[in-house]
Design a protein around this ligand. Sequence first.
Ligand code: ACO
Length: 431
Amino acid sequence: MDKSAKIEYNGKSYDFPIITGSENEEAIDINKLRAETGLITYDPGYKNTGHCISNITYLDGENGILRYRGYSVDELCEKKSFLDVVYLLIFGDLPSSDQLTKFQNDIREEALVDEDLKKIFKSFPRSAHPMGVLSSLTSALIAFNPLNETKISIHDKKGITEDDKMYMSTVRLLSKFPIISSWTLRKIKGLPLNYSNNKLSYTENIAYMMFALPNREYIQNDVITNALNTLLILHADHEQNCSTSTVRIVGSSYAGLYASISAGIGALWGRLHGGANQAVIEMLELIKNDGSDIDKYISKAKDKSDPFRLMGFGHRVYKNFDPRAKIIKKAADQVLNDLGINDPVLDIAKSIEEKALNDEYFIEKKLYPNVDFYSGIIYRALGIPTEMFTVMFALGRIPGWIAQWKEMRDSNNPIGRPRQIYNGPTHRTIS
Ligand code: ACO
């Protein structure tokens, strides 16, 4: 018998179907709730609200499981390149070697940025936060690459299908986003802007664009490429988080892919989300400069009257451990070791983790290190400035945003439009 959930209200009983996902997650389908009962649900922060059915990423917060299209992130980090994972997320399966080659070549073909976009970039002050610059430039890309991907028409006048447009938009964004991201880093460092090196793999090319110095031979460093590969894969998707939901909801109005992703970059920027990786390093620096008194800061984090929180700790869905944090901690150790770097903030981070994991407050609230706790330590070791950390997150998250946007559009979801409970003044007149 099909399962259902009963709601008793105003002396009447209503049945709502239970829907079950492929991993046996269950949800009450309240599609008809308002029509049948006149009620809406109240769920600030959408803590209990599923806003889509998705085939992309499976996350079990209680058991620390994260899989993309069925593959665990641990295995993907171990055996696959970031570009394989990009393909997997967007197209549903790992690519064959021919598919990967074609995808890579198509991305290389688009590795140019209009000189007028460069002018816009150059007009930003050097002090501008790179996330703001990137959000603006991603939006500006629409003007230079006007493909209006919607499902309204099947063919445009030139006979280009919506699928062709989607593919072109995808390839262009995957090609141009790393270029403009590397420009933001080079501007901070006062280096000349550069372009792709089409002989390199996708991840190697990101490292090249960021780190190649003028008038010096560029030597590929496998430690850096491997670390970047792991970080980018671990950030590639995370189901319905704040920025991804933003991308979906913006796209649900039939806004284009770039406009939606530009909004997602804005959402990711905040310190409670992707901006936490920058906030973690700033916090660790603060503690170091304040005499490394870790107990003092653990106490501050526990004090309700103190706004201080342990950045990089806690997660909306992981209540056991964040599987990404485990992989990143190992990678941080390895990168520092391989590059021969002794970073005192890593020792502070480890002490904080040890103390917090044994502290009643953090145990009771199920607060564990999240993906951002150790990622900044790797970025620092690679010579990436702190304000660029969230950009590195965005570089990894682009394929997830594209995959989620595409899925939302393909499934013809209705426009995202939550309701509210109005609690302001009742009707009044101007006397
Ligand atoms: N330090 C101290 N206390 C914390 C922390 C923390 N980092 N995180 C949560 N808590 C406490 C809260 O004060 C709250 O206590 P209460 O129940 O007594 O009121 C309780 O734990 C639950 O916290 P909420 O903020 O209600 O949990 P929510 O699911 O809304 O927030 C979040 C999750 C935003 C990640 C939160 O844990 C946080 O602010 N962490 C620090 C920022 C951070 O690292 N963000 C990155 C998340 S990963 C990502 O987005 C990529």
